[in-house]
Design a protein around this ligand. Structure first.
Ligand code: COA
Length: 196
């Protein structure tokens, strides 16, 4: 399958600048990143953890992720500021190629079956101190460019978006996602989709 073969051959990363002028490198998460990822996950506020939770936030998880990276399964993109000992992850986006089973099941019930060969589930996050400063948008541009290069046709939200998460809903709409359904877990959630 074309998507999965070419996912292994992604480039080294892209440099960009925040509106503050601070430099950022956008790249795939690497095997040498467990400390950076641990610091990122442990530093997330309760509020952000309530909104975004594709996996736990502890060192054990960060170490396990970095030891078994498989961009043909889940692409993990990070935004990094600083260099050497000062390097810090300030944004982390997951793109599950093929989509999560649970996401595809919800979309099938909506009458919108998703082809696992050309769909992916997206879970973006930005460090609390950097939210609302364009980091998510920088990562999104990079992720969508990669998704198109991989031949993806549709992107859905990993577990949907909480109905009360106004900033995230605005962010997704800005990037062309449209709402196609609602579902309830312990909260009200929306399903949104982007056609590439
Ligand atoms: C959602 C998230 C990934 C977006 O990344 P970000 O770097 O903050 O986003 P950006 O700065 O690129 O864009 C934010 C947009 O939301 C807008 N916004 C901010 N607060 C808002 C609010 N309360 N209501 C509506 N829009 C809002 C901003 O004006 C901006 O839009 P603009 O570019 O049209 O001006 C990030 O805020 C985050 O990690 N939030 C917590 C975790 C989360 O909710 N993840 C998504 C789970 S589905």
């Amino acid at each position: 399958m074309g998507i999965h073969r070419s996912a292994r051959t992604l480039g080294p990363g892209t440099s960009a600048a925040l509106s503050s002028g601070e430099g950022v490198v956008l790249r795939l998460l690497e095997a040498g990143d467990p400390d950076l990822l641990t610091a990122y996950l442990e530093g997330l506020s309760e509020e952000t953890r309530r909104r975004w939770g594709p996996h736990p936030f502890d060192r054990e998880t960060a170490v396990a992720i970095c030891a078994s990276l498989d961009p043909a399964d889940v692409l993990r993109m990070v935004a990094v500021t600083g260099e050497g000992a000062a390097a810090r992850i300030i944004g982390y986006v997951l793109l599950k190629l093929g989509g999560l089973d649970s996401d595809r099941e919800r979309f099938a019930k909506l009458g919108l079956p998703l082809d696992p060969d050309t769909v992916a589930s997206l879970a973006p996050s930005v460090a609390d101190g950097y939210q609302d400063q364009g980091v998510g948008s920088l990562l999104m541009g990079h992720v969508l460019e990669t998704a198109r290069r991989l031949g993806l046709r549709k992107i859905v939200l990993w577990g949907g978006v909480q109905a009360t998460n106004e900033r995230a809903k605005h962010f997704y709409r800005k990037w062309g996602f449209r709402k196609v359904g609602e579902f309830f877990t312990d909260k009200d959630n929306d399903d949104m989709i982007l056609e590439l």
